[in-house]
Design a protein around this ligand. Structure first.
Ligand SMILES: [Zn+2]
Length: 261
C-alpha cells in the first residue's frame, strides 16, 4: 500500500481540533464518479512537501477539494488514483481527530465520536481492475489502523461501512459501500476477513467475482450467458452466479474459439 500524508488543515473539521479514542474503522465510498484523489485531496501553501504532493496527486483545477473552510464533511483518509493512474491511500486528518463523516444515527449517537473513517473514491462502478486495487488498498489501510490502535477487525461493530453504521443507529442513511462492493461479489464480511489476512501478512487472492449476469461486464457477458444457457454454468442458487473474472475471461476465449456454440 502506498500511503501519502496531506492533512486538510484548512477544513473546519481539522480546525475544530476535537479528538477521539478510536474504537473502530468506518469505510465510505464517495457516491460520485471520480476516482482521482486530487478531486478531494490537495495541499495548501503551508502543507509540508507541497510540491512533491502536487506532482503525485495532480492539480485539481476546480477548487472543489476539501482542504478549505466552509465544508461540513471531512474524513481521515481517501483512497483513489494518483496522477500516474496508480491507486494509493492519502491520510487527510490525524487518525485521532474527530471526523465529520457519519452524521447522526437513529440512536442519536454518531460514529464520528469513535470511528476512524476513510472514503474510497468511486469510479463508474464497472471497472474490475480499479475495484480490485481500491478494495485491496482499503483492506491494507484498515489492517494498519487495526494494528496501530489494537482493534480486532472481527469484533462486533469494529470494522463497518457507512450503511452498517446506519443500521446500528450511529450514522445517517447512506448506502455506501453496498452500492459498489456487491457488484464484484464482496461484502463487509469479506472485507473484514481480508483485513485479518492482511494483519497476518497473508496475500489476498485479489479475485473479482460477479454476483449476477447483470454484474458481469458487457465484454464478457455474451460468453457467460451462453454457458448459462447451455447449463454449463449453474451458479450458487437464488439466481446468483458468483462467477470469477478469471472464469469470465476463460469463457470469452472459448467463445472466440467457437467452443460455446
Ligand atoms: Zn458514507
Amino acid at each position: 500500500m502506498k500511503l501519502l500524508q496531506c492533512i486538510l488543515t484548512e477544513n473546519d473539521c481539522y480546525q475544530a481540533g476535537r479528538t477521539i479514542r478510536p474504537k473502530g474503522v468506518m469505510v465510505h465510498s464517495t457516491g460520485a464518479n471520480n476516482p482521482n484523489l486530487r478531486r478531494y485531496v490537495q495541499p495548501v501553501p503551508s502543507t509540508p512537501n507541497r510540491e512533491e504532493l502536487l506532482s503525485a496527486l495532480g492539480t485539481n483545477p476546480n477548487a472543489n477539494h476539501w482542504n478549505r473552510p466552509s465544508l461540513d464533511v471531512c474524513v481521515h483518509g481517501f483512497i483513489g488514483r494518483l496522477a500516474d493512474g496508480s491507486v494509493a491511500a492519502a491520510q487527510t486528518l490525524p487518525w485521532d481527530r474527530r471526523g465529520w463523516h457519519a452524521g447522526t444515527g437513529t440512536s442519536g449517537k454518531s460514529a464520528n465520536d469513535t470511528y476512524i473513517s476513510f472514503e474510497i473514491c468511486e469510479d463508474g462502478l464497472d471497472d474490475p481492475d480499479y475495484f480490485k486495487q481500491a478494495y485491496q488498498t482499503a483492506v491494507e489501510l484498515t489492517a494498519m489502523l487495526c494494528r496501530d490502535y489494537g482493534l480486532d477487525p472481527l469484533a462486533d461493530g469494529t470494522v463497518i461501512c457507512h450503511q452498517d453504521g446506519y443500521r446500528r443507529g450511529v450514522a445517517s442513511n447512506h448506502g455506501d459501500i453496498y452500492n459498489w462492493f456487491p457488484r464484484f461479489g464482496y461484502d463487509m464480511n469479506d472485507f473484514r476477513a481480508g483485513v485479518v489476512r492482511a494483519m497476518n501478512g497473508e496475500e489476498d487472492d485479489g479475485m473479482v467475482y460477479y454476483k449476477t449476469l447483470a454484474d458481469v461486464p458487457e465484454y464478457y457477458r455474451d460468453a457467460v450467458a451462453k454457458a448459462v444457457d447451455k447449463g454449463a454454468l449453474n451458479g450458487t442458487g437464488n439466481g446468483e452466479l458468483n462467477v470469477s473474472e478469471d472464469l469470465c475471461r476463460t469463457l470469452t476465449v472459448l467463445d472466440r474459439l467457437n467452443q460455446l456454440g
